[in-house]
Design a protein around this ligand. Structure first.
Ligand SMILES: C[S@@+](CC[C@H](N)C(=O)[O-])C[C@H]1O[C@@H](n2cnc3c(N)ncnc32)[C@H](O)[C@@H]1O
Length: 403
């Protein structure tokens, strides 16, 4: 049955007021099928929650004109009726209530004084009353979905998570996706995970194993009670690229600080990760980034994980980043997936969640040839000849009960 002209007119009014356009033929047909007071309410709800309207609302808030062709919109709004009818309908559409006498007089006068109908909509749509009403109608409409996985292969999706990106920026690192790299990923993911797991507290004690002079130590010193950086600070790492194991940091840690930090919250100690010189249950967090693969194969790495677990308080968090082979033959200082499983299968430790090891089944990538040019970015997947690998980030919790 064809809709009455009056109801079609009503649908047009709602579209012009909320979206600044007429309904398409399909929209008009769908909406006019069953017109009841309830369906008009549904139409308002649907349009006010639509991304198309959210863009208009954002433009109102920022003082921009939301319409590509303002004159066309003004002509459409003129079709809504007399100034009194227009203001009444604008109240119903945007504020969900009948207009009051004061509001009606004010806006009808404004139109008589030369204000455009678009200006009336902007005034209503920028009001506190509208914000409250909209929040009640569509409380989730501003929420975007973000990837929040903690245990995973280095994941490009994190660069789309605003909370994660703000950590990256607070570390002083670029959020430009072209400079995507496993190292910034490890730092930001460590902080993100610790924060989500509730262990990044002002009273927390943290130990890093194979720490070198990594940037995140200085960031943590500004956020927790005590950070202890441990490393052998000897051998090849003193000289190879990046001088990550430079022993000078033991004497002059401030020379390596990327920003001002709380000096009395950070200590550097020479120590073998396989034999930590701390009492059982000392720390809230024990972590190691891109190091344990250099500690003597799987036995050395497993001994280190065992030690890190021992020095954790019950319920403490052990965070690990290491090399995870995606394809190809075994290669020194990388781990095959089965070896990673063995490494973390230790009594008293459990994963905080299953590891998402399918990240690179969802992305196209080119593995950076580390022998040829290791400086290229995005630097998320790399290779030594045919061994293609990336970082795996793992968070484990030490059992709360005594072992
Ligand atoms: C690739 S670097 C990583 C440094 C730092 N974690 C980072 O991400 O910049 C590896 C570090 O492990 C250290 N290392 C090697 N064997 C170690 C061991 N048995 N115990 C503690 N640290 C060790 C090296 O001195 C070096 O600083």
């Amino acid at each position: 049955m064809a809709a009455e002209p009056a109801t079609v007119c009503l649908i047009d009014d709602v579209f012009w007021i909320i979206l600044g356009r007429a309904p398409s033929v399909i929209e008009a047909r769908e909406e006019s099928r069953s017109l009841t007071p309830d369906s008009m309410r549904t139409l308002r709800l649907r349009l006010l929650a639509s991304p198309e309207f959210l863009q208009i609302r954002d433009a109102w808030r920022e003082g921009r004109d939301p319409y590509a062709d303002p004159h066309r919109v003004e002509r459409g709004l003129s079709s809504v009726g007399t100034p009194t009818e227009f203001v009444s309908r604008a109240y119903e559409c945007l504020l969900g209530r009948p207009v009051d006498a004061g509001g009606l007089a004010h806006y009808v006068d404004a139109i008589a004084g030369g204000d455009t109908r678009r200006q009336i909509l902007r005034a209503l749509g920028s009001s506190d009353e509208f914000d409250r009403h909209h929040l009640e109608l569509a409380p989730q409409s501003d929420v975007l979905l973000h990837d929040t996985q903690l245990c995973e292969l280095a994941n490009p999706a994190k660069w789309d998570n605003p909370e994660w990106v703000s950590i990256l920026r607070s570390l002083g690192l670029s959020d430009d996706k072209r400079s995507m790299h496993r190292k910034p990923y490890e730092f930001a993911q460590l902080v993100y995970g610790c924060r989500r797991l509730g262990v990044l507290r002002e009273d927390a004690h943290i130990v890093s194993v194979g720490a070198g002079h990594e940037l995140v130590l200085y960031w943590l010193a500004n956020h927790v009670r005590r950070v202890v950086a441990t490393d052998m600070y000897e051998g090849v790492w003193q000289d190879v690229q990046g001088r990550e194991g430079d022993p000078d940091v033991l004497r002059r840690p401030e020379d390596y600080a990327p920003f001002t930090y709380r000096k009395d919250h950070l200590a550097f100690m020479r120590m073998d990760g396989r034999h930590l010189e701390f009492a059982d249950g000392t720390f809230d967090v024990a972590y190691s980034l891109s190091s344990i693969e250099h500690f003597g194969g799987l036995p050395g790495a497993a001994a280190t994980v065992h030690e890190m677990s021992r020095v954790l308080k019950p319920g403490g968090i052990l965070a690990l980043a290491t090399e995870y082979v995606l394809s190809g033959p075994p290669h020194d200082e990388t781990f095959q997936p089965g070896e990673i499983a063995q490494l973390i299968d230790q009594p008293g430790l459990e994963l905080v969640q299953p590891i998402d090891d399918r990240v690179y089944q969802r992305y196209t990538y080119a593995a950076i040839d580390l022998y040829r040019n290791p400086y290229q970015t995005p630097h998320m997947v790399v290779r030594f000849n045919d061994t293609v690998f990336t970082t795996v980030m793992i968070f484990l919790r030490r059992a709360r009960t005594d072992r």
